[in-house]
Write a protein that binds this ligand. Structure first.
Ligand code: NI
Length: 136
């Protein structure tokens, strides 16, 4: 039997969606407000879900304090109050869409959480728009 536990986290970050290969006009047509040259912020809500068997010694799938610290140290420290395009090297060549930010987060967390556990990240860019990534 496997069961899923989830931890919510939050960060604020600025970005600009921009494809260097395209003209200003095409960028504006495709990305709309998210293409504004001077960047804009989002209040990102992150939900990290871990699925696995319950450890009979603890009754836990994963120690939530440990998961909280991993998210804080590895994700919030890297992304909170940052300009994703300028401050996070990964996004110097990757468009910082919610899709790509989710993959960035997943890949970091995947290396920090036991491979015996399944991982999924859900990222809300707005209260109504969110992306989910579980690898592959
Ligand atoms: Ni945006």
């Amino acid at each position: 039997m496997e069961i899923t536990v989830s931890r919510k986290a939050h960060f604020n970050a600025a970005h600009r969606l921009y494809n260097k290969e395209w003209s200003e006009k095409k960028n504006s047509q495709v990305f709309g407000k998210c293409n504004y040259p001077n960047y804009h912020g989002h209040n990102y809500e992150l939900i990290v879900s871990v699925k696995g068997k319950i450890n009979p010694d603890t009754g836990y799938v994963i120690d939530m304090g440990e998961l909280k610290n991993i998210i804080k140290n590895e994700i919030e420290e890297r992304l909170d109050h940052k300009n994703l395009n300028l401050d996070v090297p990964y996004f110097s060549n990757v468009i910082p869409s919610a899709e790509n930010i989710s993959i960035f987060i997943y890949d970091i967390l995947r290396n920090k959480i036991s491979k015996a556990l399944k991982l999924s990240v859900k990222l809300y860019e707005t209260p109504r728009n969110f992306v989910e990534y579980s690898g592959n």
